[in-house]
Design a protein around this ligand. Structure first.
Ligand code: GLU
Length: 270
């Protein structure tokens, strides 16, 4: 049974493929709807942290490139352009609803080192107390292979733990986790609730998902493991219509819910 009534602090993750059109340019209607819904959810008394991808995709679109550069400095440069555009857009739209945004850019080394991790924890706490909406991404313009998270699903799970969230909602371009890949078998059934991430669940996730980011279903399952092992519930929800967030928080049976209830805490994956 779902009951998100007490989920006070919520991390919402949105991926590049949900945020942008195939051209790489921002899907303005979707971003506007997302911001409006999040602003309203915050007005209702919940606390919001947004983990947003899209720096690279938006940078590629803004610079008019044919695709992501293959080399590291090129990727970093494109992300530096796109991150500005993303934050400009979020800040402008959230301001319309009287909300203050803040930006946190992370690399893996920051959360691997206890003192620096504590600093991140402190700043999240303070930014939330100040009433801001922290918007988080990987610091792609300085990130290199050794210090990257690799994908924002994992990043969002780590953020949900550090920010001491009650719930992580991963918005995807698919309704949730299916028993089989729905693009291969259109009759595949959506899994509503997962209490334990078994090998069957992991194999159901193999190969599913497609986007302009780096994640797929596998990285979402990995995120669920991190979140759940640390006591954070997680839901994979289709981000095509951000208004679905209302329905989800009203405990409607949509998406796939990875529940920490009736689960023994065992492995810590972080
Ligand atoms: N941090 C990357 C970006 O903003 C996205 C990583 C991902 O798609 O998971 O472009």
């Amino acid at each position: 049974m779902r009951n998100f009534n007490q989920a006070k602090r919520i991390v919402i993750k949105i991926g590049s493929s949900t945020l942008t059109h195939e051209s790489g340019l921002l899907n303005i209607r979707r971003v506007e709807e997302l911001v409006k819904v999040l602003a309203d959810i915050k007005n209702s008394g919940r606390q919001i942290v947004l983990v947003s991808s899209g720096a690279m995709a938006v940078g590629v679109g803004k610079l008019g490139l044919a695709g992501k550069p293959g080399d590291m400095p090129g990727k970093q440069a494109v992300a530096a352009v796109g991150q500005c555009e993303l934050m400009y857009t979020y800040d402008k739209l959230f301001s319309e609803f009287n909300h203050v945004t803040s930006q946190i850019l992370l690399t893996r080394d920051v959360v691997d080192e206890p003192l620096r991790k504590q600093n991140v924890r402190n700043v999240f706490k303070r930014l939330i107390e100040m009433g801001t909406i922290p918007i988080v991404n990987e610091n792609d313009s300085v990130s290199t292979e050794e210090i990257e998270f690799g994908d924002n699903d994992t990043l969002s799970a780590i953020v949900s733990v550090i920010a001491e969230a009650d719930l992580l909602i991963v918005l995807s371009d698919i309704d949730g986790l299916y028993e089989e890949d729905p693009r291969i078998n259109p009759h595949a059934r959506l899994i509503s609730e997962v209490h334990e991430i078994t090998p069957e669940i992991e194999s159901a996730a193999a190969g599913a998902g497609s986007n302009r980011g780096t994640g797929g279903m596998i990285t979402k399952i990995h995120a669920a493991k991190i979140a759940n092992a640390n006591g954070v519930d997680m839901v994979i929800l289709n981000g095509d219509h951000p208004r679905k967030l209302y329905s989800l928080l009203e405990n409607e049976d949509i998406g796939t819910y990875f529940s920490t209830k009736s689960r023994q805490k065992h492995t810590n994956y972080k």
